[in-house]
Design a protein around this ligand. Structure first.
Ligand code: IMP
Ligand code: MG
Length: 179
């Protein structure tokens, strides 16, 4: 697995440090409120777990699964695969995402959730890849910007592999050309 990574862009300790900073910011902003963290399966799960351990506010979690990805290129078509368990109506929703690339997935999620009358809706994404933007997204809490390269690790996959790497690395292009 490690041999397929050309460069580590964020080490485990850099990620942990940034996640703690984001958690403090979120705890401050939501002081006195209860938040529902809506995590996008599967890539955002490690980020969600680390983030929530560092939050000092009362919170609940729920999950959605969407798909727009075929291999390393976005198909542009977003499909809902699994919806929330609880109704989001009248809740302070905070979407937790691993990476915003074209923005199509996040745009779809926001439009979908807004129709269900949450009390508030904000976005927290660990990564943002501005080079491939199609939809402009206002990211309320952002971990890091990344270059226009396919990244894996810390929850993010290529064909379901590499999620368990504790760091974020760039996948060697010959890994996806090999197929
Ligand atoms: P978007 O709809 O193009 O913004 O794509 C968002 C989704 O594509 C993310 O939630 C990821 O699941 C996936 N994705 C985009 N870029 C990468 C990447 O570099 N590595 C792994 N997954 C990615
Ligand atoms: Mg994702």
């Amino acid at each position: 697995m490690q041999n397929d990574i050309s460069e580590i862009i964020f080490t485990e300790s850099q990620i942990q440090k940034r996640v703690k900073e984001l958690a403090h910011e979120i705890s401050d902003d939501y002081k006195g409120k209860q938040v529902t963290m809506v995590s996008v399966l599967k890539g955002a799960t490690i980020f969600l777990a680390d983030l929530m351990k560092n939050l000092s506010i009362p919170l609940s979690i729920d999950f959605m699964a969407v798909s727009s990805y075929k291999n390393t290129e976005s198909s542009g078509i977003v499909r809902m695969i699994m919806d929330l368990r609880e109704s989001p109506e009248n809740k302070n929703l905070l979407i937790i995402e691993d990476i915003i690339d074209t923005g199509l997935t996040m745009h779809y999620l926001c439009e979908n959730l807004k129709t269900r009358r949450p009390k508030s809706l904000k976005i927290c994404s660990l990564l943002y890849k501005p080079a491939r933007k199609i939809k402009e997204i206002k990211i309320d809490y952002l971990g890091f910007e990344v270059p226009d390269k396919f990244v894996v690790g810390y929850g993010m996959d290529y064909n379901e592999i590499y999620r368990n790497l504790p760091y974020i690395g760039i996948l060697k292009p010959d890994v996806y050309r090999r197929k």
